[in-house]
Design a protein around this ligand. Structure first.
Ligand code: ADP
Length: 492
């Protein structure tokens, strides 16, 4: 008899639901966009009710498509946008404010204060993170400062905090829970003891009673009632989106890594049983805990990746469809010295310069829109290269293969160029839904569909593997050109 698992995937731009069969193939799915709320420049919010209802709606739509086969549905799992912060009333479950999204910069001045108070080192050592508005802690502090009664009520146990996973779990199962991967992005979680950090909570005056209980990603997270999904469904796996994707790509061995090519790029490398700390702004988090044993990951990101291709379509108007960029770039033999550095919002690791701005350079009279398109795609690969090289340098671990997923991994030119410039193979899996698949594997382990990660690894199918097609000299020459271009962007 088949066995189905429902994966809920609550992302930044949409809520999705996918029903997986026990072999990892998709049976049905549904998706709905989420409204992005921008109350001020640099602020981003989501409506908590919309997050919940869109997630329930897509799950119901995916389940309806199963018809009578819903009888095969045994459990559910959840993966979600990380760091996004919600507070709600314990008694009624009503949200007290909109969800403050990870991208929201409203708490940057609180971060500056914390740095001035000398907390950077302590936070880095204990949480693996840098003090940044990105993470949940200063978003909570911002709410407390804005609405001081919230802190009092939180102390009295009346207000609860959670990231999106906790918010959905509370409403779906009535349990106030989170998993280790989501907890580790709050800036309140000790990644060595794998528990909320008392010292940080005390220093930041965050009442521990408002925090969810933390479970490993592969555990029992409560049961969704019959009134929601027409039958009782236990939730057996929860993980933040990037860790879920690492798991879904089968990056189980130390040194295995994945890059998700979406709006930006998220690169995670499995660093094994020990956390590896970066001096140059990479982030350290638990990747997962299975059978009581933690595996850690180091993470870096590229701010502008697929967003650049959208920009070429919507603002430059040199392509009609993002997919066209593939054939246009491939129509040229080389970049002819044209480079594009998409430092639209500054440059992240390894440069860390928020004042850098985008440039196109190396133009000659022969340069046309094709060169700009090609330089744009190449820039995604160069930026990823810079993060990966930094990761290898700082961890002392070398990766052999890069596993790719996300919308832009469908671009063959980009994948080939990534492989050329890294001097490593790049593997694209058959199912690029790595995030949902990761949550499915976690629940599948708990449900006993998989006996261990070795069995999961065997079930992952590669669509295409790209191998380096240029020599070391050519690679060095191209990288030199890129580095020159980056230096110009830093001066911009
Ligand atoms: P996110 O999860 O960040 O919303 P997705 O993984 O859905 O992103 O990927 C969408 C991004 O990928 C968009 O920015 C889009 O420009 C880019 N993209 C999608 N398909 C292609 C393609 N064939 N070539 C280049 N970029 C692409």
């Amino acid at each position: 008899m088949p066995e189905y698992i429902l994966a809920l995937d609550q992302g930044t731009t949409s809520s999705r639901a996918i029903v997986f069969r026990e072999d990892g193939s998709e049976v049905s799915s549904a998706q709905k966009e989420i409204k992005q709320i921008f109350p001020h420049p640099g602020w981003v919010e989501h409506d908590p009710t919309e997050l919940l209802h869109s997630q329930i709606d897509v799950a119901r739509a995916a389940l309806e498509r199963l018809g009578s086969e819903i009888k095969y549905l045994s459990s559910a799992c959840l993966t979600n946008q990380r760091e996004t912060t919600l507070l709600w009333e314990k008694e009624t479950g009503s949200p007290v404010y909109n969800a403050i999204v990870w991208q929201c910069r409203r708490s940057s001045s609180i971060c500056d204060e914390l740095k001035k108070r000398g907390f950077a080192e302590l936070i880095h050592k204990k949480t693996g993170l840098l003090i940044d508005a990105y993470f949940s802690a200063t978003k909570i502090l911002w709410l407390f400062r804005q609405y001081p009664e919230l802190m009092k009520r939180a102390r009295n146990g009346k207000i609860l905090f959670g990231t999106v996973d906790s918010w959905l779990l509370y409403n779906l199962t009535g349990m106030h829970l989170t998993d280790i991967t989501n907890a580790s992005r709050t800036m309140l979680f000790n990644i060595n003891s794998l528990s909320w950090d008392e010292e940080i909570l005390e220093e930041l005056c965050i009442p521990p009673q408002m925090l969810p209980k933390v479970l490993p990603s592969c555990a029992e997270f409560g049961i969704v009632g019959k009134e929601i999904f027409a039958k009782e469904v236990p939730i057996l796996g929860v993980a933040g989106d990037q860790q879920a994707a690492l798991f879904g790509q089968g990056c189980f061995k130390k040194g295995s890594m994945k890059n998700t090519y979406g709006t930006g790029c998220f690169i995670l490398m499995n660093t094994g049983k020990n956390p590896c700390y970066s001096e140059k702004g990479l982030i350290t988090s638990p990747a997962w805990v299975i059978n009581g044993k933690a595996t850690y990951a180091i993470e870096g990101s590229v701010f502008i990746a697929g967003a650049l291709i959208q920009w070429m379509r919507d603002r430059l108007k040199i392509i009609k469809d993002v997919r066209e960029s593939d054939t246009i770039a491939s129509s040229l033999e080389g970049n002819e010295g044209v480079y594009l550095v998409p430092a639209f919002v500054g440059l992240g690791a390894p440069h860390w310069n928020m004042d850098a701005r985008g440039i196109i350079c190396g133009l000659t009279r022969n340069a046309g829109y094709e060169h700009i398109v090609r330089a744009g795609l190449e820039s995604i690969a160069y930026q990823s290269h810079d993060v990966i090289r930094l990761m290898e340098k700082e961890t002392g671990i070398r990766a052999n293969v890069l596993k790719a997923d996300g919308g832009a991994c469908k671009n063959d030119f980009l994948m080939q160029f990534q492989s050329d410039i890294l001097g490593k193979s790049v593997a694209r899996p058959r199912s690029v839904e790595s995030t949902a698949l990761g949550a499915f594997y976690l629940a599948g382990l708990r449900a006993g569909i998989f006996s261990g990660v070795a069995q999961i690894e065997k079930s992952i199918r590669v669509d295409r593997e790209f191998h380096p097609g240029i020599g070391d000299d050519k690679r060095a020459q191209l990288l030199q050109g890129w580095e020159r271009a980056v230096r110009k962007a830093l001066l911009a």
